[in-house]
Write a protein that binds this ligand. Sequence first.
Ligand code: G3P
Length: 241
Amino acid sequence: MGTHLFKTERVTSFPGNEIVKEILILINCKVYREGVGRRADVIAQAARQVAEESGVTIAIAPTFTDIHRISRHFDIPVYAQHIDAVMPGAFTGHVTAEVVKFAGAVGTLLNHSERRMTLADIEVAVRAAKEHQLNTVVCTNNDATTAAAAVFSPTYLAVEPPELIGGKISVSEADPGIIERSLAAAKRVNPSVEVLAGAGIHSGTCVRTALDLGTRGVLLASSVVKADDPVRVLQDLVSKL
Ligand code: G3P
């Protein structure tokens, strides 16, 4: 992966890790048909273009088998969608921090609502990710789970009410209170942790509202992944920053 050109402050001094913490738009491709293989390349290219135009960090979390190709060919931060809470060794069909790092990821989602983990496993996975200089985005569903996960000092917590995921009404519009409460809960436990908002995020207004509530960005999927024109949607998403 080449050098990123983004302007804002860096999260950490991890070598080779150019992720910035100022504002992050993280696209989760899930395993949507519209988000895997060559179509993941289209989304990565769109992210790269709009990141360059806007100066906003736009990262992508493709499915595991797309991580290596995308990290090689597109100069954008690549996240894994999950890692398992296991260390290298006799585990079959598991994905470790080490292997996603080798593949080119600079971070990983953890505890997504479609891939929940136990609290004990989140702790192990966050620790493993840190040992491999990977950023961590731990997903939560309310202020209580946000506070619990904040103890592990992930790079970001991403609060996503499950009932709004994949819908047309965003968390910013439908439930700004959950963002405010989660943010307060996270900061009470760990003032250094940053919070992202997710679920239904589809427009510049949704992103602006999330930021005005105190988040550092958004985690989103369907509005970009399923779009006929991902560039146009991404341009709208950054339009009020
Ligand atoms: O990981 C992001 C996701 O769960 C939110 O999905 O489709 O509501 O943006 P979506």
